[in-house]
Design a protein around this ligand. Structure first.
Ligand code: COS
Length: 384
């Protein structure tokens, strides 16, 4: 499918594809096994300027947008969903600053992120606030020119590796979600610690840890937007980041399909390659069609974001929901086509299947996406 990418976008996609296929693919199994964070790959992405594709030029980036970020995320995920998350998680952590930060905050933080010198992370989820993001308990108490943060954020992607954390905390409990605020917290700030690295089913090359704040003093200048805007900052961030999860899912699905296609052409049974059997061909055809539909939806929503469409919660949730369900189905089918070999760790298909699962869970479970979609559909009907 021709997505009418600009020359720059096509160049970014091709560069990300080259790095993914030449540098990430050969080491994906290693990082999956060891669960190490792939710093050598982050360095390559940084040197290639890929961290800055969605950051405006005046802050050291290439001046593209969410679609550019999606193109990179997709290509990296096609080789390894876990390593790709070091990149995509940085995007998620950066969006609050990019979209709601002050000029000073943008000047201070974005250039290093654009150059890949510092990774970022987004801290919203807590042990008892997953789907119910409004139930967060982490507090930020103002004292003079500082906020004092207390609480524990859970399952934070890039935790420990990232240098810049965007954190949602409650500044006024009486106001409920309208009493939440967003902050930038730098790694190394006194009172900020990391929990143990979680052991996960998939995306094992990515670092997932708690971020623990104990009387952590954050300069008042690090408040993003205004007090009380934290929940909106978080929701707007998710509206813009969910096409990125969709892109990650498309990449994982495509990676799984790549494996199944290659295998089916070379695996001989009953004297012929299994790709000559209609049962296999129909599975491949469905997989390819579903991935293309998911890609088309993800890119369209990314383009909406880049065009500045204000209200895109529904479309963003649709892209994330559809693409992640496709990734899961395609990855399961890839394993099925490869039979016993698909189930073995010697081939990457089972890893794509493990990696795909998280895309149905994080940045809002697919049940939550359906809630968001339905709520918006009903709201639209009421407006008519
Ligand atoms: N943009 C702007 N405002 C939004 C919004 C959005 N995308 N989504 C919700 N809001 C506003 C609502 O308009 C509402 O404001 P009012 O009270 O002024 O009407 C307020 O936020 C609360 O919205 P809602 O009533 O829908 O909230 P719920 O408590 O039902 O929570 C959320 C629903 C949005 C939290 C849930 O659907 C969700 O997305 N959960 C998943 C969270 C998530 O993705 N976690 C992963 C964390 S990061 S990896």
């Amino acid at each position: 499918m021709d997505y009418m990418l600009t020359d720059t976008q096509a160049m970014i996609r091709d560069l990300a594809r080259k790095i993914a296929q030449e540098k990430i693919k050969p080491v994906a199994a290693h990082y999956d096994e060891t669960e190490e964070f792939a710093w050598p790959i982050m360095k390559i992405l940084a040197e290639s300027d890929l961290f800055g594709v969605y950051i405006p030029e005046q802050y050291g980036g290439l001046g593209g947008g969410i679609l550019d970020m999606c193109l990179v995320t997709e290509e990296l995920s096609r080789a390894c969903g876990g390593i790709a998350l070091g990149y995509a998680g940085t995007g998620l952590g950066t969006l609050p600053i990019l979209q709601h930060g002050s000029e000073e905050q943008k000047k201070k933080y974005l250039p290093d992120i654009a150059k890949g010198k510092r990774l970022a992370a987004f801290c919203l989820t807590e042990a008892e606030a997953g789907s119910d993001a409004g139930a967060i308990k982490t507090t930020a108490r103002k004292e003079g020119d500082k906020y004092i943060l207390n609480g524990t954020k859970q399952w934070i992607t890039n935790a420990g590796e990232a240098e810049i954390y965007t954190v949602i905390a409650i500044t006024d409990k009486a106001k409920g979600i309208r009493g939440a605020s967003a902050f930038i917290v730098e790694k190394g700030t006194k009172g900020m610690e990391f929990g143990k690295k979680e052991k996960k089913m998939g995306i094992r090359a990515s670092a997932t840890r708690e971020v623990i704040f104990t009387d952590c003093e954050v300069p008042a200048a690090n408040l993003i937007s205004r007090e009380g805007m934290g929940f909106i900052v978080a929701m707007k961030t998710l509206d813009t980041s969910r096409p990125g999860v969709a892109a990650q899912a498309v990449g994982i699905g495509q990676g799984a399909l790549d494996c199944a296609l290659d295998y089916s052409r070379t695996r001989v049974q009953f004297g012929v390659p299994i790709s000559s059997f209609q049962a296999v061909q129909h599975m491949l055809a469905d997989m390819g069609t579903q991935i293309e539909a998911a890609r088309a939806l993800a890119y369209s929503v990314a383009r909406m974001a880049d065009a500045g469409v204000k209200s895109m919660s529904k479309e963003s949730a649709m892209a994330k929901l559809f693409a992640s369900d496709v990734a899961m189905k395609v990855a399961v089918d890839a394993v099925q086509i490869m039979g016993g070999y698909g189930y073995m760790r010697d081939y990457p298909a089972e890893k794509f299947m493990r990696d795909a699962k998280i895309t149905q869970i994080y940045e809002g479970t697919n049940q939550i996406q359906r809630n968001v979609i339905a709520a918006n559909m009903i709201k639209e009907t009421l407006k008519k």
